[in-house]
Ligand binder design. Structure first.
Ligand code: J2J
Length: 542
C-alpha cells in the first residue's frame, strides 16, 4: 500500500475478499464494464451537455492519455477543486485509470486549505475552474504554485490564463495514445483517492479510500436504495462530498446504468426545475437544504412526481422536520448517517415510518462492526448513549501521513473513534445524540474548532480564543468565537472575519458571532470547559 497509509490486517482483508465484498476491480475498470453494458444510454447531464456511457469512457481515456503525456503517473497526488461539472467526473476516472490519486477539495476552500493540502500530499498537479461564483481560481493557483514547489502543473477548466487548459488534455497526443496498459495500472487494493476529513484537528486530515473498498460501498448502498437503470440521480451537493460521490451517489448510480444530473447549486428553483425536466428519482441533501426545499414547495410550482427517494444526512435531521418530508414531496425519506472515513448507515424502504423518522438508519454492511463506549472505553448497554467506534470493509485504518494522530484516533483493535455520541435501538438502528469531537456542523459543512482557534488567536488584539457552536434555526449551528481581548482592546467581528479571510481561510469557517470575555471557564485539568462556555454563551443570548 501507498507510503503513509495504513492497511487492513492481511487476514481481515482476505476475509473481505472471500466473502465477496471486495471484488478485485479498480474503479477505472468498472467504468469500462459499465460502458460495455450501458453503451448509448445517457450517463451524465450537465446544463445542455449530455454524455453517454461510451462517450464518457472514451473521454476518460483521452484525458488519461493527456495526463500521462504531461508526466502524471501512478501514485501521483492531484488536488481537484472543481465545481459540479462533467470535467470533475472525467478527471477523477482518468486519474483512477492511471493510478494517480485525486485529493478532493471543496470549491469553498481557499489558500489556507489548498496550500496545506498540496504540501501535505506533495501534490504534483492542481485542477481548478477559471472562475466560479465570482472567484478567480487562477489567482489562487498562483499563490499555491509559488508556495508549494511540488505542484508542477495547473490545469484549468475554461479560460486557462497562464496555465494548461483542461481541454488540451483530451486532444490527440503525440506518441502512443494508450491510457496505460493493465500491466502498469493500479491494483484493486491500492488507494484510489483521498477524501477530506470533517476533522477535529488544526489541519484537515486526508482519508485514503481504496478501489476495493469504495466500489463495495457504492455497490451496496446502491442495492439498498434500489438503484437500477431507471434511476436518475440529481447531484446537488458538491461532487467531492462522500455523500454525493458514493452513497450511492454518482458512482453507485453509474454502476447501475442510471443517469446522473449535475446541479450547479442547491437553490430550490433550479433544483425543482431540473427534477421536473429530467424526471429525477433520487437526490441527497443536508437538513438545511431540506428546510429550504420544504419552504420552496409552498411557492414553486413544479412537477416533482418522479422523485422516489430523498436522502437526508450529514447533520442531525430532527423528527419534526423528518415528518414533513414524505407528505410534502410525496416520496420516501431516507436518513443517512455517514462519514468520509467510511461507516455508512441508512434507513431502509422496508423500515416502519417511525424508524425512518426517528433513527439515522443502520449500517449498510453485515461486516460493519460498531461499539458504543463510555468515556473509559467500556461498552454501554443498548439504548444508552456513548461514543461510537467502528471498523469494517470500507472504513479506514489510518489517516494519510498522520501516525501521531492515528495513535489516538483508532483503538488498539483498529476501531475508528468517530467522535459521535450515539444510542443504538433494539433493532440495530443508530440515533445520533451529539458529539464529543470539537467540530461545528454548519449546515452540512464541518468546521474544526481547533483550526479556527489557531487563526483567531493569531490576531494581534486577541489574547486567547475558544471557538464553539451556537444553535441556529436555519443552519443547525454557526461558528462562534469567544475571545479574551488583548490589553489594547478587541477586534470587531468584521475585523476578525477580514483578518481570517486575509489568511486564506474558507468563508464557511468564519465566525458569525463574537463574544468577548474576561476569562474562560476551566475544567479540572485546566483546559477550556467548552460545555460550560456553550451554556454561558447560550444564556447570554437571552
Ligand atoms: C447527525 N450527524 C451526522 C446525520 C453525518 C453520507 C452522509 C453524510 C456524510 C458526512 C457522509 C449525520 N446525523 N445523519 O460522508 O457518506 C456528522 C457526524 C459524522 C460527520 C461526518 C456520507 N451524518 N453526520 O457528513 O465526513 O458527526 O460526512 O461523524 O462530512 O457528520 O462528516 P463527513
Amino acid at each position: 500500500m501507498l507510503e503513509g497509509c495504513v492497511d487492513w490486517p492481511r487476514e481481515t482483508a482476505d476475509r473481505y475478499r472471500k466473502l465477496g465484498l471486495w471484488e478485485g476491480r479498480t474503479l477505472g475498470d468498472e467504468l469500462r464494464r459499465w460502458a460495455v453494458e450501458y453503451r448509448d444510454r445517457v450517463a451524465l447531464v450537465s446544463g445542455e451537455r449530455r454524455v453517454t456511457y461510451r462517450e464518457l469512457d472514451a473521454w476518460v481515456d483521452r484525458v488519461a492519455a493527456g495526463l500521462r503525456a504531461r508526466g502524471i503517473a501512478r501514485d501521483d497526488r492531484v488536488v481537484v477543486q472543481l465545481p459540479n461539472a462533467c470535467e470533475f467526473v472525467v478527471l477523477c476516472f482518468a486519474l483512477y485509470r492511471l493510478g494517480a490519486l485525486p485529493v478532493f477539495s471543496l470549491p469553498a476552500h481557499r489558500a489556507n486549505e489548498i496550500t496545506y493540502l498540496c504540501r501535505h500530499a506533495e501534490a504534483v498537479a492542481y485542477v481548478v475552474p477559471d472562475t466560479h461564483h465570482g472567484f478567480d481560481y487562477r489567482t489562487l493557483a498562483g499563490t499555491v504554485k509559488a508556495e508549494v514547489p511540488s505542484v508542477r502543473e495547473v490545469f484549468v477548466v475554461g479560460d486557462p490564463g497562464p496555465y494548461t487548459p483542461f481541454a488540451a488534455l483530451s486532444a490527440p497526443q503525440d506518441g502512443p495514445a494508450d491510457a496505460g496498459g493493465p500491466e502498469d495500472g493500479p491494483e484493486p487494493h491500492d488507494v484510489a483517492f483521498f477524501l477530506l476529513s470533517g476533522g477535529t484537528t488544526a489541519l484537515p486530515k486526508l482519508i485514503p479510500r481504496t478501489h476495493d473498498d469504495y466500489a463495495y460501498q457504492t455497490r451496496v448502498s446502491a442495492e439498498i436504495c434500489g438503484v437500477d437503470e431507471t434511476c436518475v440521480y440529481l447531484a446537488v451537493l458538491p461532487l467531492p462530498f462522500n455523500f454525493t460521490w458514493g452513497c450511492p451517489g454518482v458512482l453507485g448510480v453509474l454502476g447501475a446504468g442510471g443517469r446522473v444530473v449535475l446541479a450547479s447549486g442547491t437553490d430550490p428553483e433550479e433544483c425543482f426545475a431540473l427534477i421536473e425536466a429530467e424526471r429525477v428519482t433520487l437526490t441527497s441533501v443536508v437538513p438545511t437544504i431540506a428546510h429550504m426545499w420544504l419552504d420552496g414547495r409552498e411557492w414553486i410550482d413544479r412537477d416533482l412526481s418522479s422523485l422516489r427517494t430523498l436522502q437526508i444526512g450529514s447533520a442531525k435531521l430532527h423528527p419534526e422536520v423528518a415528518r414533513r418530508i414524505e407528505p410534502s414531496f410525496d416520496c420516501a425519506l431516507q436518513q443517512v448517517f455517514g462519514m468520509a472515513e467510511g461507516l455508512l448507515c441508512m434507513t431502509r424502504s422496508t423500515d416502519d415510518p417511525e424508524t425512518v423518522v426517528t433513527t439515522q438508519g443502520r449500517p449498510i454492511s453485515p461486516e460493519d462492526e460498531l461499539r458504543v463506549v463510555d468515556p473509559q472505553g467500556r461498552p454501554v448497554p443498548v439504548g444508552e448513549t456513548g461514543e461510537l467506534l467502528t471498523r469494517g470493509p470500507y472504513t479506514l485504518r489510518g489517516y494519510y501521513r498522520a501516525p501521531e494522530h492515528n495513535a489516538t484516533a483508532f483503538d488498539e483493535d483498529g476501531f475508528y473513534r468517530t467522535g459521535d455520541l450515539v444510542r443504538m435501538t433494539g433493532q440495530g438502528g443508530v440515533v445520533v445524540e451529539g458529539r464529543v469531537k470539537d467540530v461545528i456542523v454548519r449546515g452540512g459543512d464541518k468546521v474544526s474548532a481547533t483550526e479556527v482557534e489557531r487563526h483567531v488567536s493569531a490576531h494581534p488584539r486577541v489574547r486567547q480564543a475558544a471557538v464553539i457552536p451556537v444553535t441556529d434555526p436555519v443552519l443547525g449551528e454557526r461558528v462562534c468565537a469567544c475571545v479574551i481581548p488583548a490589553a489594547d482592546g478587541a477586534p470587531s467581528l468584521k475585523e476578525l472575519k477580514t483578518f481570517l479571510s486575509s489568511r486564506g481561510v474558507a468563508d464557511f469557517k468564519l465566525p458569525e458571532r463574537l463574544v468577548l470575555l474576561d476569562s474562560f471557564p476551566l475544567t479540572g485539568l485546566n483546559k477550556v470547559d467548552k460545555k460550560r462556555l456553550r451554556a454561558d454563551v447560550g444564556e447570554s443570548r437571552g
